[in-house]
Design a protein around this ligand. Structure first.
Ligand code: MOS
Length: 716
């Protein structure tokens, strides 16, 4: 095995054997189980809490309320919210914790939690569509009100213009492992076993909350059972676990129930978008406007910078962006795969299809006509861009140019084909790694890196092995503990670039120390022989992946001569049943321009997973809110539809990568892929539905009643 060859994930055997230790599997001595009691209403003031009956349940040790909490220091990012439940009487969302039951067993804590009675003086609750509108905040992705050129003039030059609105509802991440944190204090040192996408976030937040140096906080988190963005920042249960452990002088475990996963961590915001496009008769874009609103919470702001799609996808001289937020009484929204261009591409790539129809131009030709040769806003050259090749190969494999000779009917199904562009931002974070070469030639790589199931351990091993000039079988990886060198986060599709780069640099450092007379680049080393010659037990290499100006994050190559982005081309065939309104996935073909692919096996899995993920967004998923109670109607996996095997025909999804090496994005040539595959696909599906039955649905999920109502309107 080596870079570019399909390699089985190294942590796979641990997981298959049930030996991978997740946060909830830990049980420090004297640990208490904590269960949160959530507010039944979305807004108000707690006036009284009666926990007499709860406290009498055998095994219950204590019930904590807002009257017991220590004063916490002011919090900021990476704390997901600054409104920490239980630190005041105030209720800002349904399900927000108002009491915390601590018991010797989980069963006792759960029983007692159901017996806690609260009086809450209700306040009017703001619900989606009726919230408080505000201008979007300044953001790393875009300024909320941003203009290039002269939009009005551009629109005046257009022969054809369209203005269309697109909707997507709140949705939840639903990782298999719900969020969990176990906190244990020893004097002023805090240890957390945590389910997280970023080990190094909690120390910063705990340091601020409890007034201790962040070096006093150790996080142990080798395995996280999925995240999708809801474990990217530090949520209140982590702070509450640490606070309760401090109060009790005993370790405390808080694991969210599936229902609490809907109210104590984030979800994807409701997104409402209006796209205006103007083009000349031959398909040249003259004006683009992207207006967007996302819901977010009362006290804390998540800005879903979806207009980034319009800022970065196409060459157009006149672009206008107007993004706002709407504050509502719901737990704060959060990034969810794919944030930013995920919602943005749903609207823009639907609108581009509508423009193509209006112009009578093939949707692929319309996209090629407006191909962004350089970054559209600043005209910076791309670090590397193989989108044209991705379009060409995916179109060829799909048979796009021959689609009008393809069958239009299969039994009850009307068949349609649609396409879209995929593209997502390039976020990079600094990372560090240590490479320890042992006397027998074995190599150990160390970093605090997390594992959320994407296979990054294997990628890091492959990167280190290549740089060192040894077989990956000789390399093992120690990760998931803040005692190791600091890794970047496992979000924003960033980890391969940062950690792969750091592992490579650490390996090169070790190589220099091992072969001081200089091994030729790429030359394979016999580490055991070199170590014998040197006569030492261990050689340690250190390596960093650093950003321009030593910044803590870098977006899209800011501060470099290059603009960075990942791309893809999506082609989808669906079948639509006109009588039942059902949509079936027939096949999907996608090709991606994402830099060098380090492990094609796990990369392919991610992209297939992303297309299935988007199938869910396009045809099934919504976290409906009951506006009377401010409550998600179904807080479980039995009443929220998500794709299952039966929805995805065998071998229906064909993904692949264009050969590429992006030396500017990372020393290993990679860019990000994790979220790329979950952009554009929902639009391609809606475009295929239009191709099949001639109705345009501008709301996801596209449900049977949307199709049937539109068909009825069409017939009328
Ligand atoms: Mo991803 S939404 O950055 O976990």
């Amino acid at each position: 095995m080596s870079i570019g060859q399909a390699t089985l994930r190294v942590e796979g055997p641990l997981k298959v054997a049930g030996a991978a230790r997740y946060a909830a599997d830990n049980r420090p001595d004297a640990m208490l189980y904590a269960v949160m009691v959530g507010s039944p209403i979305a807004a108000g003031q707690v006036t009284a809490i009666d926990f007499a009956r709860a406290g009498a349940v055998p095994g219950v040790v204590r019930v904590l309320t807002h009257e017991d909490m220590p004063r916490l220091g002011a919090l900021s990012m990476p704390a997901a919210v600054t409104h920490i439940p239980l630190t005041s009487r105030e209720v800002q969302w349904e399900g927000q914790a108002i009491a915390l039951v601590l018991a010797e067993t989980l069963e006792a804590a759960e029983e007692a939690a159901a017996l806690v009675r609260a009086e809450i003086a209700p306040a009017p609750a703001l619900m989606p569509g009726h919230g408080k509108l505000e201008p979007g905040p300044e953001d790393v992705f875009l300024a909320p009100m941003e203009t290039k050129g002269d939009f009005a003039q551009g629109l005046a030059q257009a022969d054809v213009q369209i203005v269309r609105s697109y909707f997507q509802p709140t949705r939840n991440h639903n990782p298999m492992e719900t969020s969990v944190c176990i906190a244990a204090w020893q004097d002023d040192e805090l240890t957390l076993w945590n389910s997280t996408q970023m080990n190094l976030n909690a120390p910063q937040v705990m340091a601020a909350a409890f007034g201790i140096p962040k070096e006093k906080v150790r996080v142990i988190a080798p395995h996280t059972g999925g995240g999708f963005g809801c474990k990217g920042h530090v949520w209140p249960h982590e702070v509450l676990a640490a606070a309760a452990a401090k109060i009790m002088g005993r370790p405390v475990k808080i694991q969210l129930s599936r229902a609490q996963q809907y109210s104590m961590v984030g979800h994807q915001a409701e997104c409402r978008q209006v796209i205006t496009l103007g083009a000349t008769r031959d398909g040249q874009l003259t004006a683009m406007r992207h207006e967007a609103i996302n819901t977010t919470s009362i006290a804390d702001t998540q800005f879903e910078a979806m207009a980034t799609a319009t800022r970065t996808y196409y060459a157009c001289p006149n672009i206008d962006i107007d993004q706002r937020i709407e504050r509502i009484h719901l737990v704060k929204s959060s990034p969810m795969r794919a944030p930013v261009e995920g919602p943005g591409s749903w609207a823009l790539e639907s609108a581009m299809d509508e423009l193509a129809v209006a112009l009578g131009i093939d949707p692929l030709d319309l996209r090629l006509k407006n191909f962004a040769e350089t970054e559209p806003f600043e005209a910076k050259p791309w670090s590397s861009n193989k989108l044209r090749e991705a379009y060409a190969e995916a179109a060829e494999v799909f048979g796009w140019r021959r689609r009008n000779q393809m069958p239009r009917q299969d039994g009850p199904l009307s068949l349609g084909r649609g396409m879209s562009m995929a593209s997502t931002f390039c976020a990079r974070f600094p990372s560090e790694a240590r490479v320890r070469v042992q006397a027998d030639g074995r190599v150990i790589v160390e970093s605090s890196s997390n594992d959320i199931g994407t296979g990054n351990q294997t990628v890091i091993i492959l990167a280190a092995a290549e740089a060192l000039g040894v077989d990956p079988e000789a390399v093992s990886f120690q990760w998931g503990d803040t005692r190791y060198p600091p890794a970047g986060p496992v979000y924003g599709s960033s980890h391969t670039m940062g950690m792969g780069g750091a592992a490579r640099n650490a390996a090169l450092d070790a190589r220099r120390k091992l072969a001081p007379h200089g091994a030729a680049p790429g030359e394979r080393l016999d580490l055991a022989a070199l170590m014998r010659e040197l006569g030492v037990d261990e050689i340690v290499g250190e390596g960093k992946f650093e950003l321009p100006g030593n910044a803590p994050a870098n977006l899209n190559g800011a501060g470099t001569p290059w603009a960075m982005q990942s791309w893809g081309a999506n082609f989808v065939e669906v079948g639509v049943d006109r009588d039942l309104g059902l949509i079936r996935l027939r096949r999907a073909v996608a090709r991606y321009s994402a830099g060098r692919i380090i492990n094609p096996l796990t990369a392919r899995s991610q992209m297939i997973g992303a297309i299935i993920w988007e199938w869910g967004k396009a045809t099934m998923e919504a976290s409906q809110i009951d506006p009377r109670y401010g409550r998600f109607v179904a807080k479980n996996l039995s009443n929220v539809a998500v794709p299952v095997n039966a929805d995805i025909p065998a071998n229906a999804i064909d993904v692949g990568f264009i050969d590429e090496f992006d030396s500017h994005a990372s020393p290993i040539g990679a860019r990000g892929i994790g979220e790329l595959g979950a952009t554009g696909v929902a639009a391609a599906i809606a475009n295929a539905v239009y191709d099949a039955v001639g109705v345009r649905v501008r709301e996801v999920p596209i449900l049977p009643h949307h199709i049937l109502e539109a068909l009825q309107a069409q017939a009328a």
